[in-house]
Design a protein around this ligand. Sequence first.
Ligand code: GMT
Length: 381
Amino acid sequence: MVAKRFLKIGITCYPSVGGSGILASALGEELARRGHEVHFISYERPFRMPSNAPRLHFHPVVINDYDLFKYPDYTLPLSVKMAEVARNYSLDVLHVHYAVPHATAAILARSMLAGQPATKVVTTLHGTDTTLLGRDAGYGPAIRHALNASDAVTAVSAWLRDETQRLLKIERPIDVIHNFYAPREPRRTRAEVRAELGFKDELMLVHHSNLRRVKRIDILLEAVARVRPREAFKLVILAGEDFSPYQSQVERLGLADRVVVREKVLDVEDYLQAADLGVFASESESFCLSILEGMWFGCPSVSTAVGGIPELVVSGETGALVPVADTVELARRVESLVHHPLERRRLGAAALLRARAMFSAAVIVPRYEELYGRVCATDRG
Ligand code: GMT
């Protein structure tokens, strides 16, 4: 039997609430649990990064706001910190989540380390780094350069891999490693959460996201407003950002007593265990970690068939998929599942099984370990 090689891995991600940061934090935590030494490098401690866990370290990037710059720069101090940590801790791998500007900073850091034992750069694409910024003439060439210079590139869905190759005209191989989720134990009971939210017998619809434009909260609210009878449900929105821009629409649609909003929620598990059905109207989504989070609590979803979502949700088996911007169909599928509890539970049970079988830490983390092993075994020459 070959002894397992424990690696020293630097991870850079956005530390705030957002799918790429959540995934990167969970990956770092799991890698440390498996014996690797993990160094997070970012401007803030990732919000889900546990304190006092063995082999888990955090290195802050300090950004000075010099008067001579109109815009503060993050890429250079990040690359200097990456090189410093790589040198001081002999990192085997720098794994960056979200290409902009992390991949460019990592390539620069690797150049600064020239002549020393090689640190390999792995870039994981999460979505808008390709689908939005990749189309931007001011970013596209820099992203293409950083991806071509990375030792390995991964994408969180096959759809995102194909989009990246098409949009950025990249021919190099991109490994698809889907996202995983490792739910924490809820701190409150389902009954306690429902009481806090003011529920009686209503069904709990849930939507959780950062509310950015691609999430199409406008369409989501319009669809929910069509569902009858209204007394049968309430929609809980766990908002990563300020919900106030949508408040007037909630009132106009007569949903004021049907929509409950909680902003900047960190304990999503508490709410997801109490939810009956997820609703998503995104017009672009490379994966949709939020759907997966619900699946882990047996919560099926109705969502748009867009981007990588069909790799996660099997329509009719673990949830329902509807065309983008089809408010009527979205409402129809939600209403049908509101009225058919057995069907809802069947989909929820299958969603949980699928999450365990395909999107668990036990399945996904070894794929990253295998990738690290592969890049560490190669010499860039
Ligand atoms: O736009 C967001 O939701 C944030 C973004 C991020 O980088 O955190 O999310 C992207 O990455 C998530 C984790 O891989 C995916 O689950 C989301 O689908 C993806 N968002 C988009 O593609 C719009």
